[in-house]
Design a protein. Structure first.
Length: 313
């Protein structure tokens, strides 16, 4: 896939493409890097823009001369007890003394709550709208890569933000391109030109943001944090408008607040990528406090008790 670049100061969307290409080179042939299309948590693609084909219209696989059709599996095979026949003298029934070795006591492992375990990613509305051609965006192929281009008849200053901005926020949980690139870069473009017109749409953005954070996927959480930082700074009144919704957004922040890289005495050369989850959460919380007004700190402290004010100190 050609590298997708974008003009301007916002390179968060293009940076994800570059990072994916780098991971493919570094972890080639290893299981450490899992492609999104092979990830079972990522929703699979539909047969068409209008959904899957009916089962009656899907061609059945024809088996050749060397291929044999597998026998249907018994769904109750695992529930039935497995009985192994015993030979004479092997049973222990009726014996008062046995020479069999004592069974070792199995120590059960410590249970895990799984609070940070990655969840299954639900299908986003952004993918459905883009596949149907309902969004005024296209990919412009150039010699240096691909760029996001809005159609000629679209003026971002006159666009209906109540309709389009929540759809683009739905695409924050996408992990496959071009959906991920288009959604992230489209959000940055809309926030750059929207300014005060973003404020009335804030209540519609909370559910997509919460759904993306609840996936517990660190890559998705990182890009959501960058979008939240841009959202808070695009207008002076948005920071205070987000304060009533801290209870929906901040619980995931509290889970991953201490997720930092323990580099010891080494140097972390990936700081420019801004993928350190703990640092991103701390920066976002400080922005929330600075732009959220008088009630921001006490609401953040209620959800994240370990947070310390950057304004009062």
């Amino acid at each position: 896939m050609p590298m997708m670049m974008t003009a301007g100061r916002n390179h968060a969307a293009a940076g994800m493409i570059i990072e994916d290409h780098m991971k493919k080179v570094l972890y080639k042939g290893k299981k450490k890097h899992l492609e999104p299309k092979k990830d079972v948590r990522v929703p699979r693609l539909k047969h068409s823009a209008f959904g899957d084909f009916p089962k009656t219209h899907i061609a059945e696989k024809k088996f050749g001369a060397t291929q044999k059709k597998e026998a249907p599996k018994d769904p109750f095979a695992d529930l039935r007890p497995k009985v192994t026949p015993l030979k004479r003298g092997q049973g222990i029934g009726g014996k008062a003394v046995t020479l069999n070795p004592k069974k070792e006591k199995v120590n059960p492992s410590k249970p895990k709550a799984g609070a940070r375990k990655m969840r299954k990613i639900p299908m986003s509305e952004f993918r459905r709208f883009y596949d149907r051609g309902d969004l005024p965006i296209i990919i412009e192929h150039t010699g240096s890569g691909c760029k996001l281009k809005w159609t000629k008849d679209v003026d971002l200053t006159q666009l209906d933000y109540h309709h389009y901005l929540p759809i683009f926020f739905e695409g924050l949980r996408e992990k496959q391109d071009p959906y991920r690139f288009l959604a992230v870069q489209g959000i940055f473009d809309l926030l750059e030109h929207g300014q005060a017109r973003v404020l009335p749409v804030i209540p519609q953005l909370i559910i997509p943001i919460k759904t993306a954070l609840n996936t517990r996927d660190k890559d998705i959480i990182c890009i959501v944090l960058k979008v939240l930082q841009r959202l808070v700074t695009c207008s002076e009144t948005i920071g205070e408008a987000l304060v009533p919704y801290y209870r929906q957004i901040l619980p995931i922040f509290n889970l991953f607040k201490d997720s930092n890289h323990n580099t010891g005495d080494k140097i972390d050369y990936s700081q420019r990528k801004e993928t350190n989850l703990g640092d991103l959460i701390q920066e976002t919380l400080e922005l929330f406090e600075q732009c959220g007004g008088e009630d921001a700190f006490i609401n953040i402290k209620y959800m994240i008790p370990t947070f310390e004010s950057c304004v009062l100190t």
